[in-house]
Structures are given as C-alpha cells and as structure tokens.
Write a protein that binds this ligand. Structure first.
Ligand code: ATP
Ligand code: MG
Length: 786
C-alpha cells in the first residue's frame, strides 16, 4: 500500500527523461478513492496530480538505497527507482549492478581497467556479495557451484545488439578457463602447460567464429550474426580439459545482400586486406573489395576495423585449432569462389535470363568450386519441374536467375561455417575425443541474440524472438522456483502467486497448430505462398482463445502481430516461405556434391550429414563427450536432406529442434544470468539515455521479474544484518547493549514491533526476516529521524 505525506519523495513522469525526482508538498483527499497531490521538483516547479492510489506517482527510495549494488534490496521496487539506481551507478563508473540473481551490465563503450590479472585474482574464491558486482563474480559463482557437486552450470548472456554480450561472454570464459593459482592442487608446471594449450585453443575460437559469423551492422561494428553456446569441460579434479561449441541460426541473407553502411561477414574484407598480393592474384581477388557485388552494396566503409590485423590473428587462430596452411588455402578458395559467384553478370532478353558463356566471374567461380560451367549456367537460367509423367524445363527471368545464384552462395557459406564449427570442436575436444572423454562436468556460456523489433520484422526476427520467449519462460520459472524454495526452507507461510506466464505466446509459435507448424505445412506445398500462409494463420489463429497473443494488425497488410512478453511485434510475411524452405535447386545440389574440389565435398558432407542425421533422428547426448548432455546439434547449414528417405527439414523446424534441446539442457543446469544494456545508440562512452535503457529493462524482463518478486517478500535480511542495522530504533534505557548472537531474532521482533510494522507486512523465517515492499523505507526513515 502506497502512502503519501508532505515530504514524501516521488518520481514525476517526464517525456524526455522518463522520470524526474520530486517531493510531495501536500496531499488531500479528492473523493472517496482519489487523492490530489501537489508536487515540487528540484527546480521548485509545482505540478498537481489527481488519481486513484495506484495511479499516483511512484515513491522514491531513501537516499541510502538509491544506488544500492543489488536492486533487490531497494524498498520501493518500481521502474523509476530501478532505472535511477542503474543510471546513478553508471555515472559513478560502476557498470555492474545485481538485480537479485541477475547481473546487469551497462556497456562502458571504452576500455575500462576492470579485467586485469589482479582483479581476476581478487574474485577467485570469493562469494558473490563480498566484492563489487562484476562479471567475474558471476563466473566464480558458477565455477564454485560446479566444483562443489559437479552439477553443470550455464551462464546466459543476453541483451540487444551492441549491448556487450560477446565481450562479456569472452571475459567470463577467460576468467573460468584461466589457470588460477589457488586452484592448482597438483603439479604446478604440468598443470600450467596443459591448461595453457587448452586455454589457447578456447581463445582461438573467438577470432575464427567472429571472422566468419560477425559483421558490421548499423548497431554494432562487430555484430554476431549467430547464437553460440560454449561448454567449458572440466575433469573430476575440476580442471579444464577442453570445450565444445554449438551455434544457432547463422544469418544467411547477409552473404548476398547488405543494407546501407552494413557489411558482409568480416572474413571477406580480412581476406582482401590481409592476403599477400600474389595469393590474391592467384584467387582472382583484389585488395579493393569494392569490386565485388557481395561486398559493396553497403557502400564504402571506414578502414578502422583493421581488417589486415584481424586477418593475421584469424589465421594464427586457425593454426592453433589445427587447420593447417593447405586447408586454409582451400577455405580461401571457396570464399573467393563465392565473391566471383556474386559478380556473375545476368542479363535478360525479352523474358529470358542470359549469362555469357565466357563470363570471367563465372569461369573463376566454377574453377574454385570445381563445377562444370556449362551445367552451372544451364541450371541457373533454367528450371526443371518434374511431374508424374513429364519433365518440363522452363526459362527463368533475370531476377529469378540471380535468386538461384545467390541461394547457392548462401548455401555454400552456411555449410562452410558449419564445417568450421566442426573443425573447431574437433580441436577443442581432442582429435579423438580423448581430452573430452575425461570431462565430468562443465560451465556453459550462452551468447544469444536479444529480442529484436525493427520497422520491418521478418522470419529472422520471428526466430530470434521465439528463442527469447523460450528463454524468458525458463527465467521466470527459475526465479519463481528460487523464491519459493527460500520460503519453504525458511518455513514461512506463503501462498503460490500466479504470474503472467508467457506460455500462450510460446504455444502460439511452436504449438501443434501454431505458426511454425502452419509455416512448415505451407512450405511443403509446391504452390505455397506467403499470402496463403498468412491466410492460414488468420483462419487458424485469429480466435478468441488467442486474443491476448495473436493480432491482425490494423495498418499493415500482409503481416501478423504477436504480443510478446516484451512488446507487440508485427511481422511482415513477405519472404517467410522462401527463408523457411531455404533450398538450392536439386540440380545445383547434385553439381556441388559431385564437385571435383575435394574440400568442397568434405564441407558439404559434414554439413549435410549432420543436418539430415538430425532431422531423421533427434540429437542424442552421444558423441565423444558422452557424460555431458549436448545442447543440440549445431545450427542450420544445409537444410537440403539427401536422398528421398529424408524429409527435407525446414529452417524453422531445425531451429525449433535445437532450441528444444538447448532448453532441456538448461533445465539440467544451474543458471546464472547476465543482462547487457546499451546505454545509448551512438556507442558513446558514459552517455546514458534513460528511455532507451528503460525499454531494454522491460524487454529483458528485468521489471517483470521485479513484479514477480514484489508479489511476495522481496526484501530478505538475515536476523543478524537486520538487528545490527536497526537495533537503534529501540529505545535503550541504559544505552545500546552489546548484541549477542542468540539475541538477533529477538531483537528483530522488537524492532518491527517498535516501528509498528503491520503483521501482514513481514514474516520471521528460520534464519531470515522477510519484508514486503516498502517496509524497509519506513525503517530507514525512522532510522534517519533518530
Ligand atoms: P551483437 O548482438 O550485435 O552481437 P553484442 O551484445 O555481442 O552485440 P558486443 O559485440 O559484445 O555486443 O559489444 C559491442 C561493442 O561494445 C564492443 O565492440 C566494444 O567496443 C564495446 N564493449 C562491450 N563490452 C565492453 C566492455 N566490457 N568494455 C569495453 N567495451 C565494451
Ligand atoms: Mg555479439
């Protein structure tokens, strides 16, 4: 219950700042259940508000609590107070704040001296509350929990693009993988030697995966275009023996198309900038990348990205994971082939696509792909439809032929990415799995794309938001379970409070007759289209039962809206079907798989084999690291199943499968959460835009969690801490006594009685005192009045 009196500190809503601090000058009853408040802000300006109790301004916390390092200890848990605490701390260069079990990390956008070896040492062996909030505290917490009973751990790093997920994930991994002296209990030298090789290999995964899977976007110069789960593997002595990487949903469209100021994957620019002139020439490449259609659509980009240095670091990293110079050359040849593919000239006479027989780009591309140019040309400008009785060959238009060309480039690149992940894993688990077979347990780090909503949202956003919806569900369940466990352990009276579950939105997306199922159904029809997919959605889903989660947008055609936990998002159906099918024509697939480039065959074999095996048989925990559950086979490279026995899996169904396995695995682990926040859109150091951060706090479910916890007893104090802080509220005839341990609980009772706290507002547990929201503020006010 909120109470106002003259002097109450409140938050006044403001369209620019979000909220500004103000104080109540007077409070009068306006009617039976409305009040009128006169407020003065810092500039002395008066504002009058009238309304029912719960629509009046939020209360501000006592000053002492305003920048608490754990938001869960705030007495008034409301949006403005949370935001203010994070903002105040950021202004003090404190980028980390706890919010219960979650660590909030605000991007500093400049190098901060917070990750030195000395600081690493400080956090080793310390529990979470002992030092300032930090990524390392979460990492240590996870390590310690794993070391204690061998239970698997997962650290989930989330946040919007550019918020700092990948940087945070790398720091966490470095902390956990680094040899730490207090943990060395055997022969020091051999441990350091052994660990440093593993550590090196783990570190080497970053430049490789970032070169092939990251790109410059409008929001982040080094944006990850795939999700990643890395398990660091430990043996019975809790020493690191290897690692395993899983990746999810690499963005493929980027390979053939980039919007203004964006780039293709870093690797292509690195190749052009870093390869010696003679090797470039050999591949028909040019240091001037703007000659390639796949690289120049975003316009000229600055060279600050130091592609040349990155190229060398990437090459060294390939060496470290055992990809030798010959293999590297093969990789570069494939990449060159893709760039040439993009430059193939397609023209049109009347309605027929035309490619010249001697098109130099085509000849180059086919040379490196090891594919016959005549055959390639034929099946790029023509299409074959096989009916029961006939084979009909028709010609394509130029845009259609370009579409075929680009689909091949995307397909080969996706397979190459898949192959790389496999190669990296071979190195990390030991070539024959020997290192990994010693693994008993693990700490996993999940670096996954955050919730996305743009002006135009497509299939990619749908998948990303689907993943986030699932993760949010796990999070809610977990937070709620933890809160409940504490109540049970402390034997307090507690009735289960239902919270806004997001299960209906999840069912809408993945249920039996949900969006993904309908999309798959439509994708399998030869004449399926985006329009009839939408029609299906509207007939099946626009029902009263789905009213809360599914909507037909009023102002957008060819679109549908999902009410996500974070926000309503409208998806344009245009392109859904094609992206979900993600096919290359059968004839091209045959050409590629029978290529005379042995490396290409190996790449396709690795990627296709995995995916068709996965479609036929859901991933099992098997493999070399059999003791450890597998977070789902890798992503979504080839989606073209071979042979007729395997039903072609769609991108959506593969994603659903790998997410499902990931969720099963998360449930078997202890989870730790890091939510990264982007303080402003211009990548400016120490600039804090409150409204933008607020939107992210909402989208990350931070405020939702707080709502869940305010339903119960959000403040928990041990009897000792509470007694020590508030015993002065009791009137001591002969001055305050020395407190003895046995008296803590009794003192707590005296304090709450003395402060006249209503019995419904607190409970005494076995070792802790549980307080409803607002009680702490009352006590703080009494304390400062003393
Ligand atoms: P995306 O979803 O696009 O992959 P992301 O959340 O992974 O984004 P990062 O690439 O980790 O974002 O971070 C973006 C940039 O922010 C980094 O390139 C770096 O400049 C800066 N940054 C992030 N974290 C830190 C940090 N702890 N210290 C200094 N700078 C940082
Ligand atoms: Mg990233």
């Amino acid at each position: 219950m909120t109470t106002y009196s003259p002097g109450s500190r409140v938050w006044l809503e403001d369209s620019q700042e979000g909220w500004i601090p103000a104080e109540v000058a007077s409070c009068t009853k306006a009617s039976a259940d409305t009040f009128t408040l006169v407020l003065t802000d810092g500039d002395g300006k008066e504002t009058t508000v009238t309304g029912a109790r719960d629509s009046l301004p939020h209360l501000r916390n006592p000053e002492l609590l305003e920048s608490a390092d754990d938001l869960a200890t705030l007495s008034h848990l409301n949006e403005p107070s949370i935001l203010h605490a994070v903002q105040t701390r950021y202004a003090q260069r404190k980028i980390y704040t706890y919010s219960g079990i979650v660590l909030l990390a605000v991007n500093p956008f400049e190098a901060v001296p917070m990750y030195t070896p000395e600081i690493v040492q400080q956090y080793i062996g310390r529990t979470k509350g002992e030092l300032e909030p930090h990524l390392f505290a979460i990492a240590e917490d996870a390590y310690a929990a794993m070391a204690l009973d061998g239970k698997g751990q997962t650290i989930i790093v989330s946040g919007e693009s550019g918020a700092g997920k990948t940087e945070s994930a790398k720091l966490v991994m470095r902390f956990i993988a680094a040899p730490k002296s207090p943990r060395i209990n055997s022969d020091m030298n051999s441990f350091v030697d052994g660990a440093s090789q593993v550590e090196q290999q783990i570190q080497a995964t970053n430049p490789i995966l970032e070169a092939f899977g990251n790109a410059k976007t409008t929001r982040n110069d080094n944006s990850s275009r795939f999700g990643k789960y890395i398990q660091l593997l430990f043996d019975t002595n809790r020493q690191i023996v290897g690692a395993r990487v899983r990746t999810y949903l690499l963005e493929r469209s980027r390979l053939s198309y980039q919007t203004q100021t964006e780039r293709n994957y870093h690797i292509f620019y690195q190749l052009c900038a870093g390869l010696p002139a003679d090797e470039l020439k050999e591949l028909g490449l040019d240091a001037d990348y703007s000659k390639f259609h796949y690289l120049n659509q975003g316009g000229p980009s600055s060279t600050e990205l130091s592609d040349r240095d990155k190229f060398h670091a990437m090459r060294d990293a390939l060496g470290i994971v055992g990809i030798d110079a010959a293999k590297q050359t093969s990789i570069f040849q494939l990449l060159a082939a893709l760039l040439h593919l993009g430059n193939i000239g397609v023209t049109q006479t009347r309605s027929d696509a035309v490619i010249e027989d001697d098109d130099p780009s085509m000849l180059h591309a086919m040379q490196y792909l090891g594919v016959d140019a005549t055959e390639f040309k034929k099946w790029t400008i023509k299409k074959q439809i096989i009916t029961r009785s006939d084979k009909i060959v028709t010609t394509l238009t130029a845009p259609q032929a370009v579409g075929v060309r680009d689909s091949i480039a995307r397909f080969v690149y996706a397979c190459l990415f898949e192959w790389l992940v496999t190669a990296v894993n071979e190195s990390l688990t030991g070539k024959y799995g020997d290192a990994a077979s010693r693994a008993e347990t693990y700490v996993g780090v999940l670096d996954i794309y955050g919730f996305e909503h743009f002006d135009k949202n497509s299939f990619e956003q749908f998948c990303i938001n689907y993943a986030n919806e699932k993760l949010q569900h796990e999070f809610n369940t977990y937070v709620f379970k933890l809160a409940q466990e504490d109540y049970v352990k402390e034997k307090i009276n507690w009735t289960f409070i239902d919270f806004d579950d997001n299960q209906p939105a999840i069912d809408l997306m993945e249920g039996k007759l949900g969006i993904l199922a309908l999309l798959d159904e439509e994708s399998r029809l030869p004449l399926g289209s985006d329009a009839s997919f939408l029609q299906k959605l509207n007939t099946q889903l626009d029902k009263p039962a789905n009213k809360a989660v599914y909507k037909m947008p009023k102002f957008a055609n060819a679109a549908f809206t999902i009410a996500h936990y974070a926000l309503d998002v409208t998806y344009a159906v245009d392109g859904f079907l094609e992206k979900n099918r993600d096919t290359v024509p059968e004839e091209h697939l045959t050409l590629l798989t029978s290529s005379n480039n042995a490396f290409l065959r190996e790449v396709l074999d690795t990627a296709l084999h995995r995916v068709s095996a996965e479609a036929a048989d859901p991933p099992s925990p098997g493999g070399v690291v059999s003791k450890i559950p597998d977070p789902g086979r890798t992503s979504l490279a080839g989606t073209t199943g071979r042979g007729s026995s395997v039903k072609k899996p769609t991108l959506g169904s593969i994603f659903k499968g790998s997410l499902g396995t990931l969720m099963d695995m998360l449930r078997m682990t202890n989870v730790h959460y890091i939510r990264c926040l982007k303080p402003n859109q211009h990548k400016m150091a120490w600039e804090f835009s409150p409204l933008q951060v607020l939107a992210q706090l909402r989208a990350a479910g931070v405020l939702e969690t707080i709502r869940i916890s305010t339903a119960g007893y959000p403040s928990r104090w041990t009897f000792e801490d509470f007694a020590r802080r508030y015993y002065i509220l009791i009137h001591w005839r002969e001055g305050p006594p020395l407190i003895k341990r046995e008296q803590f609980k009794r003192l707590c009772v005296l304090v709450v009685q003395k402060a006249a706290i209503d019995k419904s507002r607190y409970q005494m547990g076995e070792t802790k005192l549980f307080l409803r929201t607002g009680v702490l503020a009352t006590l703080e006010n009494l304390r400062s009045a003393k």
